[in-house]
Every structure is written in structure tokens, then in C-alpha cells.
Design a protein around this ligand. Sequence first.
Ligand SMILES: [Zn+2]
Ligand SMILES: [Zn+2]
Length: 155
Amino acid sequence: MGFFVARAPLSPPPLKLLCCDTSQCRRQRHGTLSRGGCLCGAVRITTSGPPLRVGICHCRDCRRHHGALFYAAAIFPTQAVHIEGRPHHYKGRHSCGTCGSSVFAQTGDEIEVHLGSLDDTNGLTPEYEVSCRRREDWLPQFTGTACHDRDRGGD
Ligand SMILES: [Zn+2]
Ligand SMILES: [Zn+2]
């Protein structure tokens, strides 16, 4: 007679919250585990659970760091992000020492994972933009984002 050994699942089942289509609900539907990394693969990143928020920054520091006119990130609690590799860092901004890709930034107990670093960005739709006073005039308005001149909650 055979017997069956019950095993605890390795990870919780994916969230299935199909209640509505607000940005918060789309965010909640993002996969439980999300992976990404730099261009050469030396730095890998794994996030678990939905991000706290998803936003866009137009500030001068971000523009210089990314060499791009704006960038988008998903912000997670630090404990929800696992990093492999040894990224270089400058003022909390972490990039690969080999290929130079900027992968994430750390502020306090939060980690901003750059959306372009993630393999799957499905469901990660920006809800807000900050430093909009530096926003390029020719950029069209994005749907579903609240624009702040400076920081979130600021002017
Ligand atoms: Zn790299
Ligand atoms: Zn910025």
C-alpha cells in the first residue's frame, strides 16, 4: 500500500485579484516572483510580491544616472528584493560593474527596481510622475499618472 507525503508548497500561490482595473489592482496582479538583471547577467534581481507603487521620475539626477530623459521604477520593501552579484553603487544607485547597466536604487527601507531591468513588466503600470517641472515639453501626457512638480505629495 502506498502512502502520500504532503509537502508544503515552496511559494504561495499567485495573487488572483480580478476585482477591477485600477492601477492598484493591476499592480496586485503582478506575478508573485519577478526576475530581472543587467545586460551582461552579472547582476540578477528577484522580487517577491507586488510592489508598493510604480512611478516615473524626470529629475536631473535620474536623467544623468540613466542617460535617459525619464525612467520608471517599481518600488518594493527591501526585504522583498533579492540581489545576486556585486553591483557598484553611487549614492544609493546600483549598477553593474561590468556592463554598466543601472539596475536598482536603495532609499531607506525601499528598493526601486528599474522597470527596464525586469524580464516581465506586465501589470506594472506607473501611477504617478515626480519632478514634472523637468518633464520634456514634447512628451505626451501619460494616461493614469498623477503628475507632481517635485516629490510625491509635494507641490
Ligand atoms: Zn552586467
Ligand atoms: Zn529622480
